[in-house]
Design a binder for this molecule. Sequence first.
Ligand code: OSB
Ligand code: MG
Length: 368
Amino acid sequence: MKIDRIELRQINLPFISPFQTAGGIEESSNSIIVKVTSGGVSGWGESSVSRDPHYIEETTSTVLSIQKEVLAPLIMKKKITNPGDITEILKNVRGNRFAISGLESAVWDLWCKTKKQNLSKYIGGKKERVPVGVSIGIQKNERELISLCDNYLREGYRRIKIKIKPGWDIIPLKSIRERWHDIMLQVDGNCAYSYKGISVLESFDKFNLLMIEQPFSYDDLLYHSVLQRRIKTPVCLDESIVSEGKAAEALIMDACRVINIKPGRVGGILNAVIIHHLCRKNKIPVWCGGMLETGIGRAINVCLASLPGFTLPGDISANSRYFKRDIVMNPFKLNADGTLTVPTIPGHGAIVDERYLNKVTINKIIIK
Ligand code: OSB
Ligand code: MG
């Protein structure tokens, strides 16, 4: 198979409500949507980056430029015998993992469609439905937070994650736990804590959390390991785990007892599957994180989460939690048991609504 055409699109798709983390606020999806074509068949991928480098170093504009100038020319017209070849072809590219993942996942979709294989089945997915939760951004006050939790729990989400930062942690946790003693609850610090503030995190055991996600800096494994030794609650790493090597290092250091896997952060589906295998071998539970993806990245996440080691609910809510209208024809709906149904059609399963995609596209680059 040879890729004969690559289409890169910058989109602007407004969220239902702005999403605030310790790093910043996001009002709309600024993902790069990738379409690759070979012999009349197309595959779709997504680089789910943000406009600003608050979660990782990459941004919408760096992704677009690296894909156009560096990655697409390396991939075009190369003979591809399986999607893993993309990771091999791009192995000398440093960093830029979200940029790589958009192209890599599009090639996986194309390849699976060509072979009439479903992505979940092809990578070894075992589940027909995957348990999911909801991630709630930083709110103005506890009243708004409680009302959002209430709505999501009524909709059927069984696990709540809240974003925290110094000054917005004990108060929201107390107010949630006063109202719901035993819901599955976890927190995400998005690197906002300094090791000097470790004592507040040490006090979280009393809230009976599923995990504390990435409280310290993305380049800090040491203090995550110090924290993990001092608390019972599992530490989960997100930003720090950018490769299989980093995951192995974190496990040796006991820097976490849970890992959040996102295809974008680790440079694509293949690396995500490899990290899953490593964690499973080491009996470390994993779950699929989210980057507020459109329906394309969301379908990829659901397929990934069908692997057997994804035993914890993912940050993969139904499309309607993010967008009034998504760029796919077949949005996921939340099942009554708090799960999403894994697609079974060839590829990752998202059927792109190209007319609506055209409407929300603000920049398009075609490489032939
Ligand atoms: O840290 O998990 C994160 C969103 C954007 C960037 C980083 C993160 C998140 C989320 C939202 O927590 C997860 C989602 O619902 O997609
Ligand atoms: Mg996170």
